[in-house]
Structure formats: structure tokens, C-alpha cells
Ligand binder design. Structure first.
Ligand SMILES: N[C@@H](CCC(=O)N[C@@H](CS)C(=O)NCC(=O)O)C(=O)O
Length: 246
């Protein structure tokens, strides 16, 4: 269920919850990093305000936004008065703050949490930072960061090498990273697989099968729509902007 608050804010809600009552707001749409948070919120069925700002449109550089996030990045989450940046930190925070739905793996034991962190940091450093973002900087954004075809090719090769290390955890692609339990690490990994495919990196068969498993989740499809800059929010109703989002 959704309501358009104004041209740039949508309330993704649930029955019986009004926009003025929600404690969560997310800034950002349109990128793989932001998508992770929409996906997590959809998995947990949490109502939130979605401020539909995009990167490289000037919207992350306004004085109002810089006050919220001086690093001028999306995603940014607000939960009550707390602001949290960094997609991996945001989804981990949500998994520890709200009750996990059935089948979601969000352990409390420090050793088990370390297992989740291990995958999260691997995905964020080896796949996101060291490879996919290098490709983005020196291919799509080469007008800003400079052309570096050798760096792009070696990043693609490195991604292929690193992704092979995931295979023992996912079997033939029939398991999530933690077996039957879906976790924040699966959200991070799948977002990087989508990103890799979009830049022409071929993935092993088992990894493709794993991706079919994760992307068949209803929350993934919901989040794709919520993250899509092209969707015109469904006009289920139009309501006045709460003070919170002015
Ligand atoms: N490590 C950060 C990366 C965030 C990031 O780089 N966001 C980009 C869009 S994907 C952005 O906001 N760019 C706008 C800018 O640099 O002004 C995360 O995972 O959240």
C-alpha cells in the first residue's frame, strides 16, 4: 500500500498506519546501494517515508540534505531521531532493531553475528568497493574520474575470482548463505550480483541459480518497484505532507 505525500515523497505503508505515525524515513532511490534498504524494509514489512532523491541530480548537495548527511550520499535512514548512513550498516541496524520475520536469519549470539558480518564485510569490500565501484568510476563516470580500461578489466577479473569463493556456501544455488535462513548478507550479495550483471560480468551457474532463489522473494520485487525512478507512485491517495517531511 502506498500514498504519495508530494512529488518527491512516497509513504510505503501497511494497513492501519498513517504517514504521520511512522518512525522510519529513507532518502534515496535508483541505485544498487539504496535498493538494499528498500529490500530490507520490504522484507520486514516496515512502513516508511521514501524521499525519492537521486545521486548526481544535485539533490544530495542541497543545504538541507547536507545537514542530514555531510557526505552527500544516499542511502540515508532516519529512525526516530537517529540518522544512519552506509547501506550495510543501515540494514544490519534494521535487522537488530525490529523483530525478524519467520525465516529471516538475524542471530544474537556474538559468534553467529560474526558469521554474518564476515559475509557483509566481504561483499562490501571485495565486491562493492574493490571491484564494482572501480568499474563504475572508470567506465560510466570516466568523465569525472578518468578512463582506466586496465583497471576496469582487472576489476572484472577480480570479481569473477572472488565470486567463486561464495560457491561452497550456496551449494548448487539452492541455499542462502546461511542455508535456509535469508539474511542481510544475502541482500548485499544479491545487490552486487545484479550490479555485476548490469556491467557485463558473467556469473557461474550456481551463483545464477542462487540469484534466481533470492530474486524470487516477493520483497525483492516490491523493492525493485520502490527503488525505480521511472515509476509514478500509484495515486491510491494524495495526502498533506506531515511536518516530518517538509
Ligand atoms: N558505501 C556507501 C556508498 C554510498 C554511495 O556512494 N552512494 C552514491 C549513490 S550509489 C551517492 O549517493 N552518490 C552521490 C554523491 O556522491 O553525491 C553505501 O553503501 O551506502
Amino acid at each position: 500500500m502506498s500514498q504519495t505525500i508530494d512529488g518527491s515523497t512516497v509513504f510505503w505503508g501497511s494497513v492501519g498506519v498513517a504517514p504521520k505515525d511512522v518512525s522510519l524515513a529513507l532518502w534515496g532511490i535508483g541505485t544498487a546501494r539504496v535498493f538494499r534498504v528498500h529490500w530490507m524494509l520490504a522484507e520486514f514489512g516496515l512502513p516508511y517515508l521514501s524521499h525519492r532523491i537521486q545521486s548526481r541530480t544535485g539533490e544530495t548537495m542541497t543545504p538541507a540534505y547536507l545537514k542530514l548527511n555531510p557526505r552527500h550520499k544516499i542511502p540515508l535512514l532516519r529512525h526516530r531521531s537517529r540518522l544512519i548512513a552506509e547501506s550495510a550498516a543501515i540494514i544490519q541496524y534494521l535487522s537488530e532493531t525490529f523483530e525478524a520475520p519467520h525465516g529471516f536469519y538475524a542471530p544474537c549470539d556474538p559468534g553467529e553475528r560474526a558469521g554474518v558480518f564476515q559475509w557483509c564485510y566481504f561483499v562490501m569490500s571485495e565486491l562493492d568497493g574493490n571491484t564494482l565501484y572501480v568499474i563504475r568510476r572508470h567506465a560510466d563516470l570516466s568523465h569525472i574520474y578518468g578512463e582506466a580500461p586496465t583497471a576496469v578489466e582487472s576489476a572484472k577479473a577480480y570479481f569473477r575470482e572472488q565470486i567463486e569463493t561464495v560457491e561452497p556456501a550456496i551449494g548448487a544455488g539452492t541455499d542462502y548463505l546461511f542455508g535456509a535462513g535469508f539474511s542481510v548478507a544475502d541482500i548485499l550479495l544479491t545487490s552486487c550480483l545484479d550490479w555485476a550483471l548490469s556491467v557485463g560480468i558473467q556469473l557461474p551457474d550456481s551463483v545464477m541459480a542462487y540469484r534466481r532463489l533470492t530474486t524470487a522473494r516477493p520483497a525483492y520485487l516490491q523493492a525493485r518497484r520502490r527503488n525505480d525512478p521511472a515509476i509514478v507512485p500509484p495515486p491510491e491517495s494524495r495526502v498533506a505532507a506531515p511536518e516530518d517531511v517538509a
